[in-house]
Design a protein around this ligand. Structure first.
Ligand code: C2E
Ligand code: MG
Ligand code: MG
Length: 280
């Protein structure tokens, strides 16, 4: 019920304040892979919070933090965790590629968003070109979208890449794609799930890919779970894939092992793609 939901959120909010104080927030890292080369290109940082051992779904956590005005503080912990992991990988001679962060409207409302981010990067000896910013259609359709466009433009000028996340689920249109400075489109997982079975989904995905390419954007398919999806996406000209097939979101330690393995043997997808080519 609505009452129960409110109570749960209030309980979680109290715990969240403590967790932010003590910085007991974790990140999981999920790899991405280039379809034409089979190469690892980077990770996405995803928040993980388990008060009392029970995981809180990230969308619920984010909405509680947004409502309470804590999202910027929370996000700074997430960013710091992921950057420190990245610095560790590089220090060990590994190549983590880029790190993508999910950023919400309230963060882009900070006029000094770019400067603050660069300060965090400096601490870890990292550069803006190693960072991707993922925003959803909601962000660009927000009433203050004009401000966001200028902050995003500023981010891009500083060297960050911008990705439009969950594309196809909201109401963003061609006009918005032209208005907002962008580098990547991430096709929502719901279309990828139906790509082999629902005829419309394949058509939608094909259309999104050609639209994106015509606008000079690269396309990432999220939620890729099977090799058949990879083969079809590859035929449709999709640039990058991410999903459980490649790897689930993982801890820093696991990501370290992952990078070590692909450093030695090449990525899982590289082998899959070689197999695909063999039988073509
Ligand atoms: P998202 O940014 O679209 O992230 C992708 C979500 O899909 C992640 O869920 C990921 O674990 C999941 N996923 C990845 N591959 C597969 C797959 O092959 N199959 C299936 N079924 N799922 C897959 P997660 O971590 O639960 O996050 C959900 C959403 O919460 C994210 O969607 C994002 O909108 C938000 N979120 C997560 N972490 C953060 C964060 O640090 N900050 C902000 N602002 N939002 C976050
Ligand atoms: Mg994302
Ligand atoms: Mg998404």
């Amino acid at each position: 019920s609505v009452g129960h939901r409110r109570q749960r959120r209030m309980r979680l909010l109290e715990k969240l304040k403590d967790a932010i104080q003590s910085r007991q927030i974790d990140v999981a890292l999920q790899p991405k892979c280039d379809l034409s080369s089979g190469r690892h290109t980077g990770f996405e940082a995803l928040v993980r919070w388990r008060p009392g051992g029970v995981a809180v779904p990230p969308p619920e956590l984010i909405s509680i933090a947004e409502e309470a005005g804590l999202i910027c503080e929370l996000s700074e912990i997430i960013i710091t965790r992921a950057l420190s992991a990245m610095a560790g990988f590089k220090h060990a001679g590994l190549e983590p590629g880029t790190m993508a962060f999910n950023i919400v409207a309230a963060q882009l409302q900070q006029p000094d968003f770019v400067e603050r981010f660069i300060t965090l990067l400096d601490v870890h000896g990292l550069a803006p070109c190693e960072i991707e910013i993922e925003v959803t259609e909601n962000v660009i359709l927000d009433r203050s979208a004009g401000n966001f466009a200028s902050i995003l433009r500023k981010s891009r000028e500083a060297g960050f890449s911008i990705a439009l996340d969950d594309f196809g689920t909201g109401y963003a249109s061609l006009v918005h794609l032209k208005q907002f400075p962008m580098d990547f489109l991430k096709i929502d997982r719901s279309f990828i799930a139906g790509i082999l079975t629902a005829k419309d989904d394949a058509i939608i995905v094909r259309t999104i890919i050609s639209l994106a390419h015509n606008l000079g954007l690269r396309v990432i398919a999220e939620g890729v779970e099977t090799t058949d999806q990879v083969k079809l996406l590859s035929n449709l000209g999709c640039d990058l894939v991410q999903g459980f097939l490649l790897a689930r979101p993982m801890s820093e330690q696991q990501a370290h092992k992952y990078l070590k393995t692909i450093h030695k043997t090449g990525s899982y997808l590289r082998h899959q793609m070689q197999d695909c080519l063999k039988y073509r």
